[in-house]
Design a protein around this ligand. Structure first.
Ligand code: SF4
Ligand code: SF4
Length: 143
């Protein structure tokens, strides 16, 4: 796996660490709840997945998706012969607070349109996911 200036804040799974609450952290309620659960405060703001080599502070153990991408020798999961695998399967559980369900969309977007275009679009994708009104056949619409 290569980390470059261009992909430094883009996790192999398609999460954009640049717009993650734990990277942008000043104090916020989610971080306070993580600190209350025992995560050291000095792990925030998180410098990003690649910088911490998958030891994402919101996880109890280092990220197995990151480790898998290292073992497969890919920079992003969309480069993997097994993509999309079970680790990226969408899940309703915790979907209102964590962005796991948009990883596949992120990975497809960056594969199709390139890393820079995806980085420019990622905040909009995330906003549509959390704030958009779902219109069947149209996707989430910002009102
Ligand atoms: S490694 Fe995890 S906590 Fe850190 S910025 Fe990336 S997604 Fe957020
Ligand atoms: S097997 Fe899955 S998690 Fe591992 S690199 Fe391939 S797509 Fe990513």
């Amino acid at each position: 796996m290569k980390t470059t200036n261009e992909n430094r804040m883009a996790a192999p799974c398609g999460t954009y660490c640049e717009i993650c609450f734990a990277h942008q952290a000043g104090a916020n309620a989610v971080i306070e709840s993580l600190v209350a659960r025992g995560i050291p405060r000095d792990r925030f703001p998180c410098p990003g997945c690649r910088e911490v080599q998958g030891a994402c502070p919101v996880l109890e153990t280092p990220c197995s998706t990151y480790r898998c991408a290292v073992e497969k020798g890919v920079d992003f999961c969309h480069e993997c012969a097994e993509f999309p695998c079970d680790k990226l399967n969408p899940a309703a559980h915790r979907a209102e607070t964590l962005p796991h369900n948009i990883k596949i969309f992120h990975l497809c977007f960056m594969k199709q349109q390139g890393l820079e275009a995806w980085k420019a679009k990622a905040a909009d994708i995330q906003k549509r996911y959390y704030k958009g009104a779902m219109r069947v056949g149209e996707g989430p619409v910002l009102e």
